[in-house]
Design a protein around this ligand. Structure first.
Ligand code: FES
Length: 196
């Protein structure tokens, strides 16, 4: 009911906006970073998400404030969820959205300040995206749950073999999320998802 660090920041050093394709929600994270010490001096967020999302964004910004970029890079959705004393499985993706936006903001800062290169799109990028997709029934990502059997990428085509039974009610939902997570990359021209 009383989220911390809410609001748009004037003249931020880095910004990131991420959306969860599953529910159409969005989060924006703003950072002010000490240029010499690389410490997050200030952080705020805007959310167009549900209550779980606002709660995790609030806690994640609290956790990141005052930390170095390297420390803040280790903050995950699991930390936020733990700090909140847990979330129902169907709401775990809301915390992933908040954590992901923080990480993108840090990455945007590092790229803009020459602290890292723009990563090349590869199979690793695909796997990293798949790790952000939560199987709603369990509240764990589909990679940890071993639901992804094979990932391939060649000539702009992503090929994913899934390990989900055809009676699984979440199959379509997961497939749609995979598409929407990968479609944003200009390198991806086609996505093929196979189920057993
Ligand atoms: Fe979309 Fe929580 S952010 S349901």
């Amino acid at each position: 009911m009383h989220p911390h660090n809410v609001g748009k920041m004037e003249n931020p050093d880095a910004v990131a906006t991420e959306g969860s394709p599953a529910c159409g929600d969005q989060v924006t994270v703003y950072l002010k970073v000490d240029e010499d010490k690389h410490i997050i001096e200030d952080i705020s967020f805007l959310s167009y998400g549900c209550a779980s999302n606002i709660a995790t964004a609030s806690i994640i910004t609290d956790l990141a404030k005052g930390k170095s970029l390297d420390e803040a890079k280790k903050i995950s959705w699991r930390d936020a969820m733990e700090a909140l004393d847990g979330l129902p499985p169907v709401k775990v993706h809301c915390s992933v959205l908040a954590a992901d936006t923080l990480q993108t903001a840090i990455s945007n800062y590092e790229i803009a300040h020459g602290l890292k290169e723009v990563p090349n799109f590869s199979k690793d990028t695909i796997v990293a995206e798949l790790k952000k997709i939560i199987y709603p029934q369990v509240g764990e990502d589909i990679v940890s749950l071993k639901m992804v059997k094979y990932v391939g990428f060649a000539d702009g085509e992503v090929l994913i073999d899934m390990n989900m039974m055809n009676f699984d009610q979440w199959r379509e939902n997961v497939a749609e999320e995979i598409r929407e997570h990968l479609e944003k990359y200009p390198e991806v021209k086609n996505i093929k998802i196979n189920f057993p």
